[in-house]
Design a protein around this ligand. Structure first.
Ligand SMILES: Nc1ncnc2c1ncn2[C@@H]1O[C@H](COP(=O)(O)OP(=O)(O)O)[C@@H](O)[C@H]1O
Ligand SMILES: [Mg+2]
Length: 296
């Protein structure tokens, strides 16, 4: 599929901060593309340059192989990381307000269906829960039936149930063939929703690919974690598998011979209470790439 969006050597320098330091990637049409990284990685700065609302210090953004222009802005929908909603009006009135801005807006019923707004259409914006607010903001973003939807950390701060609800809305928008550009610092969210991910830290892209391809490239086997291994001084004498690493008091081993690893752990006489085994995920990859877990 031809790329719908492309960024070439994108840069943004604030006085002393290099927020984005030479980022390039292409986004094929119709996919959900994830920009992942911890707070301060440069995700919002990249998307705001892609949206055309922030001027790059260098590089360029292209939409359907042309530089972005005012026409582009009519063809995208944006859910900002933080947005003020008008107060003292209802959800339905808010939707009407935004519908009036576009020549061919979606009917209210349609956005209410897609974003599950029926239960609170008549509620004042000030009375919405975090999850309801995000659903309304998504509804506003898709009113013009955009070809590209930008979602900047749409689930940050939501409780697990509200996050899951929001994911199903994103799936619905994906099913309509819109291209989605999603930023998140939740690796589980990216793994579930994104067809391709770019992992960012310190203004640069560290890795870019389909989530499973990234994991296959970096890991062989399963991750074994031992949260309460016992007295560290005794552990130094214990016969631990060679590739065991300590992180925040947890022993972690990536094993492609689980039976052998378990035998080694038993003979090392560790406290194995709470031992877990899981297939490597994007969170593990992020730690491997940066040496630290996500700084949230
Ligand atoms: N207007 C600004 N002025 C100065 N520094 C900024 C500005 N906006 C962002 N930054 C800095 O740029 C870096 C990247 O920020 P941001 O793109 O918001 O990261 P993310 O969205 O990944 O959390 C951070 O160090 C942030 O403090
Ligand atoms: Mg951000």
């Amino acid at each position: 599929m031809a790329p719908i969006l492309e960024v070439r050597d994108l840069r943004k320098q604030y006085k002393s901060v290099r927020a984005v330091d030479g980022v390039s990637f292409t986004v094929p049409e119709g996919i959900c593309f994830g920009l992942l990284g911890p707070n301060g990685a440069g995700k919002t700065t990249v998307v705001e340059m892609m949206e055309g609302i922030l001027q790059p210090s260098g590089g360029e953004v292209r939409f359907r192989d042309r530089p972005i222009d005012t026409e582009f802005k009519r063809r995208v929908g944006i859910q900002f990381q933080s947005t003020a909603l008008p107060e003292y009006i209802t959800v339905k009135e808010t939707l009407e307000l935004f519908r009036a801005l576009y020549p061919h807006p979606r009917p209210i019923d349609e956005v209410a269906d897609i974003c599950s707004l029926w239960d609170f259409l008549d509620r004042d914006n000030r009375k919405l829960s975090g999850g309801q607010r995000q659903r309304l903001l998504l509804a506003i973003a898709i009113i013009p039936k955009p070809e590209v939807v930008f979602l900047d950390e749409p689930t940050t701060g939501l409780d697990p149930q509200a996050r899951r609800n929001f994911w199903s809305l994103i799936e619905r928008i994906k099913a309509e063939k819109a291209t989605i550009l999603l930023t998140t610092h939740y690796m589980d969210e990216a793994q579930l929703l994104c067809d391709q991910v770019a992992i960012m830290d310190h203004g640069k892209v560290l890795e870019l690919d389909e989530p499973q391809a990234l994991l296959d490239r970096h890991f062989h086997g399963t991750v074994v974690q031992i949260p309460n291994p016992g007295d560290l001084s005794q552990l130094r004498q214990a016969r631990l598998p060679a590739d065991a690493v300590f992180r925040d008091g947890v022993i972690e081993i990536t094993s492609d011979r689980l039976d052998q690893t378990v035998r080694e752990l038993l003979s090392a006489e560790l406290n194995l209470d709470g031992l877990t085994v899981h297939k490597p995920n994007l969170e593990d990859l992020f730690i491997k790439l940066t040496g630290s877990s996500l700084r949230v």
